[in-house]
Structure formats: structure tokens, C-alpha cells
Design a protein around this ligand. Structure first.
Ligand SMILES: Nc1nc2c(c(=O)[nH]1)N[C@H]1C(S)=C(S)[C@@H](COP(=O)(O)OP(=O)(O)OC[C@H]3O[C@@H](n4cnc5c(=O)[nH]c(N)nc54)[C@H](O)[C@@H]3O)O[C@H]1N2
Ligand SMILES: Nc1nc2c(c(=O)[nH]1)N[C@H]1C(S)=C(S)[C@@H](COP(=O)(O)OP(=O)(O)OC[C@H]3O[C@@H](n4cnc5c(=O)[nH]c(N)nc54)[C@H](O)[C@@H]3O)O[C@H]1N2
Ligand code: SF4
Ligand SMILES: [Mo]
Length: 894
């Protein structure tokens, strides 16, 4: 019996067949109450509930129209300062997602063989007990580290709840398909080199751009990001508005996105070569002395002297607590090395450039080292490496340097190849060299935080780091080699999968997966199958079955965003994503992890017990049994209200806008020291020569309190360029067989693996298109609209050809895709048109964080005879997925 694609009737039949004809909506306890917002509404009266979308990682404000307890219409909430009343197609699809006939409605346990897809309904009690028992047995027999968990890059923004659970259980192993492939390279570089947020618009940073009437910004460089697709309702709209007001833009992107089409200069770069281009920009700026000399001298660490043998900076003396070390500069007045006291010593005349001998040690300034690093990257060299036009590169740099204030926004593209962290370093450097930091009109800002999170600024769920023991931390798979992962407390997916296959250094055995289709989001999807075969137990929690569900032993139903409660911070305001309704027995993931930890504690697991010990956990919030337990303290901390009161009043300004939007934060005087607070780094300067990365690689500091063994080699304090492992350049063996470079990027209709089952979205974009330049199309015998095969060394899929000049001629582009309509076939929906069948999850990895290759590997394209078997193409086929009526949830508890 095939049951992955359920509708209500089939579900009833299935439960009857397996003898579990339990009363629907009977006394099953879920710990949820029906959406407070609608509970009291008289029948047939339309009520408008303010909530927030989460169909992507933005949180656009929504007005949900509810009639007879059912959501009937969604529109944008104009109060939301980022989207200003706009909603995109994904957000508007919320109703079809919520009432989808194929939702996961109740916990199900596998009956019959794995992959046979026979399921039986169980209660949440039984589900939690079964998982906890399996976890505890595995822990006892093989060690806590043999349990690993994974999550997704968006749904419930509190994805730290997985870290919390793993710390409590004492396993160091959880991962997320984004992480080192998304955001972490940037949060790490911006966090440790600068001490503030990164400049990704899609990640809801760059808060400066949402005030078009106020910002003096003149230039926006969109480097590997396409806000018009990746955050259409918020950041995309803001960028369009700025452009309409005369802000100049440069787009660095292999494909002609709407943002590239409207840019003053479009640089269709070869995927994976961004660091070479960045080094060319740096060289040009240094060579022509276009940088902001005052800022670079006084507020970055580039004038400090570096011992070229140890790569560490020279320091003198000890300093009082709270004050940075004293570094050395080369003083041109005395022609000697001199200590420079923080923040600056006006009696000195330091030089930025040069090589010197200090006490017999050869030293260079950080600036000199950066200059030398960039030396080989002339415009011509960059043009050759990146497949660009020299004049266009120069034109782009000129726009950036001649129109200040400006900002360089770095998107996810550069996170998706092994040169990831170095690109993020390049972005910090390029913003800082021009002094584009904390001024009005620039993107690197530290506006005042909301206080919504008691311990960390961006996490509501406290990660309970102290629960993971030193011994277990050392067992984190990939964690010693790639210590940047410590910033997210995560393991490296490839290392986890390898350990299952090889048993080295130990064999993981149980996988608790709480997100979307891992076959659609992880690289080299086929490599998951032999891994899964080796595992003892797999649970999967999501809103509907995905390809991954076919391989699971237990399926758990997750809430859709219209069923979720969570505070949302937007600029200087706090909004409430509130449950507008609640269907079946879906559960919020945050609650799930907390309840699972509780079960393990009840079974006697000491670490989990401590997680529930208010005295031991202190401010770190011991436990939540319902969402209010978690949300009340957050709302109290931020706006001094309980959740119940907050949802009535939201949105609330947590600070007046002018107080919140604080510029030049680094110049603020610290009352303890009487000195400017500087930047959030050990030296309080922006550390463009990233000395700290050396210590990170050797010990894990400052990201761990337990010193860890060193990585196999030191991390490099300056950005370096690494040619993609599968290179298309002359002499490359692989390019003979696979001549085209594959890359990816967002489309505005889908979020990762989600929404592929939404009828109206599939009508707009039914199948993935492969963008291919007319020259390449002719060469490989492909015409516009043809079905084609796309192959890499790792597999073969199909796609529909979109022949277009809007792509670099040597490059092809595809978006991720899987096919829910073929879930019940032998492909389980992931083998037909999923670009991650082709992508690469083996070495080389990024040294610092372990990034693998999602963009910039080699493929070939050839004509196919037609579409894959069983996929849906026509609007009437998608009708089967139109919303169905829903069972309301009873108010009960687990
Ligand atoms: N080839 C290729 N692969 C990629 C990428 C790429 O560009 N190319 N991108 C990478 C990146 S940047 C990322 S972040 C990862 C993402 O990979 P994953 O996060 O594994 O993606 P999914 O789990 O499919 O989708 C996660 C989405 O599901 C929804 N969701 C998940 N859980 C819940 C929930 O509890 N409630 C609700 N309402 N919704 C939920 C949300 O929309 C969430 O963002 O994929 C990576 N994989
Ligand atoms: N609609 C939609 N919105 C989303 C998501 C989604 O799945 N769908 N996911 C969310 C998530 S988790 C993330 S991380 C953000 C990402 O949002 P963005 O940072 O905007 O990322 P992408 O659109 O994936 O990629 C940006 C651009 O990089 C280009 N590109 C590809 N390869 C290269 C390269 O090697 N170098 C350069 N310079 N450019 C390249 C692509 O063509 C694409 O247009 O989007 C978020 N918003
Ligand atoms: S951009 Fe679209 S999907 Fe993302 S939060 Fe806004 S409306 Fe929802
Ligand atoms: Mo992401």
C-alpha cells in the first residue's frame, strides 16, 4: 500500500486497514489550544488577525481574514516596516499550504518494512515515548554522540531549539543544510572581524535600506544576491524603491535577475570565482589610494605590525580589564616601531605600508600583507579568471568608490562553494576600506537590539551550551577541522554521513530530522540512500510528507506558519506571529524538542534532567510545556508584557525609531573606561587582518570555553582565492566530459523544498528550467522549451531548457526541485529533476567551516525524449492539491 500521498479519505481507509480506526479528533492530547485569535469570534463574522508570514526566512506582516474559524484571505499588513503591506506569491499561498489535503496530520509509525510506506496512527504520547526510549537505549549502548539531529533553514525561526536538545542529550551532532552553505561563513566573518551583523538583505539585515526618505546611500553593490527573488516583498521592494530614487546599483551574478537587469553594471561572473574578483577590487582600491585613509588608519587593525613568521601581531604590556591589547605601528617620525594606545595616539605618524625589522624580527603591516595578497589580481587577471570584461569590472568599482556612502551586500552565493569564508572576509574588507561602516547610508550597522531574547540577541530558545560536556564537544563530527562551526554549535553534514558509512571515528545510528526534504536540500542526494540503510531509527517531523519521509520510521506533524506563535522583531518594532488556527495534531517544533528532552529526563537521563533544573539553568530558561512558557519571558524582557497581552497590542515599538537607529556606535563612550567602545573585536578595531582566525583554528577560542585540538593547518588571516575543484578551465580533465558550470539561485515561487505541492504556485512554475546561453544551446543541440538531460559525475536528472542571453555563456542555472506527485513511486519524488542529485558533498571543503559545493561544479546537457515519468505539468493535474476542509483541534495536553 502506498500512502505517502494522503488525502483525508485515504487516511481514514489506511487507519481502518491497519486496525487503528481511532476516533478522529477524540481525546488526543497535543498541548495546543486553538488559535486564541479566533476562539471567541462569533460564527460567520470575519475577523482580521495580525500575524506574520514565515513562508520564507523573512517575516512579512500579514492580516489574516478568518471566517467561521477558517482562514479565507491573506493580505499584507502595512504596519510592517520592511514589507510595508506587500506579500509575495509564497506568502499568499499560505491558505493552500495550511489546508493542503496532504498535510501530516497525526503522528504515524511505520508498520511493515522501511520504504514500504505502511503507517499506523499513534498518539503524541506514544510517539514521544517511542523516540525517547530509542534515544536512551542508543545512548546507553553506543554513546550519546551516535544520535544525530537535523533541522531546516527557516520555518520556525527558533532553530536553536535543536541545539538546545542536542546539548541536553549530550550529543554534539546536529546539522542544517544551510549553515556552512548559508549564512555561517558571513556571520562568522562579520561577527568576529567587525562585531556586528553581516550585510545580507535576504537575511533581514541591511536595516538602513528600509528608510528611503532618510538614507543618504548612493550605491548598492548586490554581490551574489537577488533580493527581487529572495525577499520580494521586503528587501526586494526596498532595493527597487532606492533604485527609483537614483541609488546606483552593481549586480555580480551569473544570471540576469531583475536586480541585474536594472543595475548600472551587471557582472555575469563565473560561479565560484568571487574571491578573485574581490581581490581585484581590493588591489584597485589600494593601488589607486581610493580608500578612506583616516578610517582605515584609526579604526581598522591594518596599520599594526605583524610578525611574518608567526603571523601574529606585535603587542606590548598588559592592560586593565576591558581594554584591548596594545599593538605596535611603524612611526615615520621616529622611524621606529612604537606602541599605539587605544583608541589612537595623535603624537605618532604611523605608516600603513611597509616591511620593517623590529628587534631582529621581520614585520609587515596588516595593510602591506593585504596588498601583497591582492597583488596578482589585476583587473585583467580577474577578467580572465572570472570570465568578465576588464572595463566593466573597472566601471563597477568606480561606481562603488565614487558614490559614497555606499554598501556592499553579500548574499548566499559565495557561501555555497569551498571559498566561502574568504568571500565573506572580502566583503568586510571592501565595506571597511571605503569607510562604509556605521555611517548613515551604509550597510554595516549595529542598531539597538530588541531585548526579546534573554541571553543572546537573536535566539529566543536558549541553547543551553553548558550542558554539552567537553568530552562530547571533542567528538563533534567535522568540528575539530572546521572550528568556525562552533559559532552555530553544529556538525558538518558530510562528516556525519561519512561516519555512518565508515564507522569512523564512530558510527552514528539514529537520525531525528525536523524539517523539509533533505533529498532536496543536501548536496549529492543519492549519497543519502546508503547512509539511511545503515541507520537503526529515523524520525521525520514536517508539515507534509517529503521524499525523506519514505525512508523514515516515524512521521510527526509540524505546524504551518498560520498555526505558529512567535515574536518577530522588525526594525524598532515587535510583531506577533500568532496562531490564527490550529489543525489536527500538528505541533510546533520548539515544543517538540522541549517535550522530547522532558521524556528523556523522565527516563532518567542526567543531562536532560539538568536541562529542567531551574537552579542549574538559571537565566537559561529550564523548560516549556506550552509556547506561552517560552514566549512570556521573551515578551516580558522586551516590552514587559505576557504573550497574551502582547498579541492583543502587537505591533509594539520597543524603541522610538531615532533612538533605535544609532549610527557611529563605535564612537560611543564606555563609561567604565572613558574611551570609545569601538567594534566588537578583541582589539576594538575592525580586524581586516583577521589574526583571531589563527587562534580559532588552533584552539576554538573565542567560540568555546573548552580548548580543542588544533585543525590540521592554520586558517589564513587574509582572503585567498581557490579555483573550483571541478574547474572548466583549459587543461581540466573533467571539463572535457562535463563542459558547463552549474549554479543555483532563488526563484520567487518556492522556499527551499517547500511549496512544491501548492497548486497555484506549480501552475506558475510547474517544472525546473535550466537557463542556457544560445551559444551553448546550439553547441549541445538544444532548443528553447526542449526537455534535456543534465548530468554531473554524481547523477543525471531532467529539466526544461530556457535558452536565454541572460546567463554567462559557459554557465547553466537551475533552481532546486522535487516532485511531491511522484512520492509514491520508486523515485520518491527526488530523482527526477532535483539539482542536488548533481551537486557535490565531498572534499575540498572550506577550511574554516567545512562548506561543500552547491554552486560551481561541472555538468553536461543533452536533449531528452520528454519529461520524467509521472510528473504533473497541467493546471488541472494540480487540482488534487486544492485545500480541503479541516478538523479543528481539541484543547488537550500531552
Ligand atoms: N543546490 C542547492 N542546495 C541548497 C541551496 C542552494 O541554493 N542550492 N541552498 C541551501 C540553503 S541557503 C539552505 S538555508 C538550505 C535549506 O535547506 P532546508 O532548510 O533543509 O530546506 P527545507 O527543510 O526543505 O525547507 C525549510 C523550509 O521549510 C519550512 N519549514 C520547516 N519547518 C517548518 C515548521 O516547523 N513550520 C513551518 N511553518 N515551516 C517550516 C520553512 O519554509 C523552511 O525554511 O538548503 C541549502 N541547499
Ligand atoms: N523565494 C525564495 N526566497 C528565499 C529562499 C528560497 O528558497 N526561496 N531562501 C532563503 C534563504 S535560506 C536564503 S540563504 C536567501 C538567499 O538569498 P540570496 O542571497 O539573494 O541568494 P540566491 O538567490 O540563492 O543567490 C543569489 C544570486 O547568486 C547568483 N549566483 C549563483 N552562483 C554565483 C556565484 O558563484 N557568484 C555570484 N556572485 N553569484 C552567483 C544566483 O544566480 C542568484 O541570483 O534567500 C532566502 N529567501
Ligand atoms: S517574502 Fe513572501 S514568503 Fe517571505 S515572509 Fe514575505 S510574504 Fe512571506
Ligand atoms: Mo539559506
Amino acid at each position: 500500500m502506498k500512502q505517502l500521498v494522503f488525502n483525508r479519505r485515504q487516511f481514514l481507509k489506511a487507519t481502518a486497514v491497519t486496525g487503528i480506526a481511532a476516533a478522529f479528533g477524540g481525546s488526543f492530547k497535543t498541548g495546543f489550544t486553538q488559535g486564541e485569535a479566533t476562539a471567541g469570534a462569533p460564527l460567520s463574522e470575519t475577523k482580521i488577525v495580525k500575524t506574520n508570514c514565515r513562508a520564507c526566512i523573512a517575516n512579512c506582516g500579514v492580516l489574516a481574514h478568518v471566517k467561521n474559524g477558517r482562514v479565507v484571505k491573506l493580505e499584507g499588513n502595512p504596519e510592517y516596516p520592511m514589507s510595508k503591506g506587500a506579500l509575495c506569491a509564497k506568502g499568499l499561498a499560505g491558505i493552500q499550504a495550511l489546508y493542503h489535503p496532504n498535510r501530516n496530520k497525526y503522528p504515524l509509525i511505520r508498520v511493515g518494512k522501511r520504504g514500504e510506506n505502511k503507517w499506523k496512527r499513534i498518539s503524541w504520547d506514544e510517539a514521544l515515548d517511542t523516540i525517547a526510549k530509542k534515544l536512551m537505549e542508543t545512548r546507553e549502548k553506543y554513546g550519546a554522540e551516535t544520535v544525530f539531529c537535523s533541522t531546516g533553514g527557516g520555518g520556525n525561526p527558533e532553530f536553536w531549539s535543536i541545539a538546545r536538545f542536542c546539548n541536553a542529550f549530550d550529543t554534539p551532532n546536529w546539522f542544517e543544510p544551510g549553515c556552512a552553505q548559508c549564512y555561517l561563513p558571513r556571520t562568522l566573518a562579520f561577527g568576529l572581524m567587525y562585531g556586528g551583523a553581516d550585510t545580507s538583505i535576504a537575511d533581514s539585515n541591511c536595516l538602513e535600506i528600509y528608510y528611503p526618505d532618510e538614507t543618504p546611500i548612493k550605491t548598492l553593490v548586490l554581490w551574489g544576491t537577488d533580493p527581487s527573488y529572495s525577499c520580494p516583498a521586503g528587501g526586494g521592494g526596498a532595493v527597487a524603491e532606492l533604485r527609483a530614487r537614483g541609488v546606483r546599483t552593481v549586480a555580480i551574478d551569473p544570471r540576469l535577475t531583475p536586480d541585474a537587469a536594472k543595475a548600472d553594471v551587471w557582472l555575469p561572473i563565473r560561479p565560484g570565482t568571487d574571491v578573485a574578483l574581490m581581490l581585484a577590487w581590493i588591489r584597485y582600491i589600494l593601488d589607486k589610494k581610493l580608500y578612506d585613509e583616516e578610517f582605515v588608519m584609526k579604526w581598522t587593525n591594518l596599520p599594526y605590525l605583524v610578525d611574518i613568521n608567526t603571523h601574529m601581531m606585535l603587542r606590548v604590556g598588559d592592560h586593565a580589564e576591558g581594554r584591548p591589547d596594545t599593538f605596535m605601528v611603524w612611526d615615520t617620525k621616529t622611524n621606529s616601531a612604537q606602541p599605539v594606545s587605544y583608541p589612537w595616539n595623535d603624537s605618532l605618524a604611523p605608516t600603513l605600508e611597509g616591511t620593517f625589522t623590529v628587534n631582529g624580527v621581520e614585520c609587515k603591516t596588516g595593510f602591506q600583507l593585504l596588498k601583497e595578497r591582492a597583488e596578482a589580481f589585476t583587473l585583467e587577471k580577474a577578467a580572465e579568471i572570472c570570465w568578465l570584461d576588464t572595463n566593466k569590472i573597472e566601471e563597477a568599482i568606480k561606481i562603488y568608490v565614487q558614490n559614497s556612502p555606499a554598501g556592499l551586500s553579500l548574499g548566499v552565493a559565495t557561501d555555497q562553494n569551498p571559498n566561502s569564508v574568504q568571500a565573506a572576509m572580502g566583503a568586510v574588507i571592501l565595506n571597511s576600506l571605503m569607510g562604509n561602516v556605521e555611517k548613515p547610508g551604509t550597510l554595516m550597522q549595529r542598531f539597538k537590539p530588541s531585548g526579546v531574547t534573554p541571553n543572546f540577541d537573536t535566539y529566543i530558545v536558549p541553547p543551553a551550551l553548558k550542558l554539552l560536556s567537553e568530552e562530547q564537544l571533542k567528538k563533534r563530527l567535522g568540528g575539530i577541522e572546521h572550528k568556525g562551526l562552533l559559532q552555530w554549535w553544529a556538525a558538518q553534514p558530510s562528516a556525519v554521513l561519512q561516519a555512518v558509512l565508515t564507522g569512523k571515528p564512530y558510527k552514528p545510528r539514529v537520525w531525528i530530522e525536523r524539517s523539509g526534504n533533505k533529498f532536496g536540500a543536501l548536496a549529492n542526494s543519492s549519497s543519502l540512500v546508503p547512509v539511511i540503510e545503515q541507520l537503526d531509527f529515523i524520525a521525520h517531523m514536517y508539515m507534509y510528507p517529503t521524499s525523506f519521509s519514505a525512508y523514515a520510521d516515524m512521521l510527526l506533524p509540524a505546524t504551518e506558519w498560520l498555526e505558529t506563535n512567535m515574536p518577530v522583531v522588525a526594525c524598532n518594532m515587535l510583531f506577533a506571529r500568532q496562531a490564527v488556527t490550529h489543525l489536527w495534531e500538528t505541533m510546533d517544533e520548539t515544543l517538540f524538542w522541549s517535550k522530547l528532552a522532558k521524556r528523556c529526563a523522565d527516563m532518567g537521563h542526567e543531562n536532560c534532567k539538568r536541562a529542567f533544573d531551574a537552579e542549574f539553568m538559571g537565566k537559561d530558561l529550564p523548560y516549556w510545556n506550552k509556547m506561552e512558557d517560552l514566549l512570556d519571558p521573551s515578551c516580558k524582557g522586551a516590552v514587559n508584557m505576557k504573550w497574551e497581552e502582547f498579541i492583543q497590542k502587537a505591533p509594539v515599538e520597543y524603541l522610538p525609531k531615532n533612538e533605535w537607529k544609532e549610527y557611529y556606535v563605535y564612537t560611543k563612550i564606555d563609561s567604565k573606561t572613558g574611551q570609545p567602545i569601538g567594534f566588537g573585536t578583541p582589539s576594538k578595531k575592525i580586524e581586516l587582518y583577521w589574526e583571531g582566525i589563527i587562534e580559532l583554528g588552533r584552539t576554538g577560542k573565542p567560540l568555546t570555553t573548552y580548548p580543542l585540538p588544533p585543525a590540521s593547518k592554520d586558517y589564513d588571516p587574509l582572503p585567498y582565492f581557490m579555483e573550483p575543484h571541478e574547474s572548466p578551465l583549459e587543461g581540466s580533465q573533467i571539463a572535457k566530459e562535463f563542459p558547463l558550470v552549474m549554479t543555483n539561485g532563488r526563484l520567487p515561487f518556492y522556499h527551499h523544498g517547500t511549496l512544491r505541492n501548492i497548486p497555484w504556485l506549480r501552475e506558475i512554475y510547474p517544472v525546473p528550467e535550466i537557463w542556457i546561453h544560445p551559444k551553448a544551446a546550439t553547441k549541445y543541440g538544444v532548443s528553447h522549451g526542449d526537455w534535456v538531460f543534465v548530468e554531473s559525475q554524481r547523477g543525471k536528472i531532467r529539466a526544461k531548457a530556457n535558452v536565454t542571453e541572460g546567463i554567462n555563456p559557459g554557465v547553466v542555472y537551475m533552481e532546486r526541485f522535487w516532485n511531491p506527485e511522484t512520492l509514491d513511486t520508486e523515485t520518491h519524488g527526488w530523482q527526477e529533476m532535483n539539482v542536488n542529485v548533481l551537486s557535490k558533498n565531498d572534499a575540498p571543503f572550506n577550511d574554516v567551516v567545512g562548506t561543500y559545493t552547491l554552486r560551481g561544479y561541472q555538468v553536461r546537457v543533452s536533449k531528452a525524449d520528454g519529461p520524467p515519468k509521472g510528473i504533473w505539468l497541467k493546471p488541472e493535474e494540480f487540482k488534487k492539491w486544492l485545500p480541503e476542509s479541516s478538523d479543528p483541534t481539541k484543547e488537550v495536553e500531552v
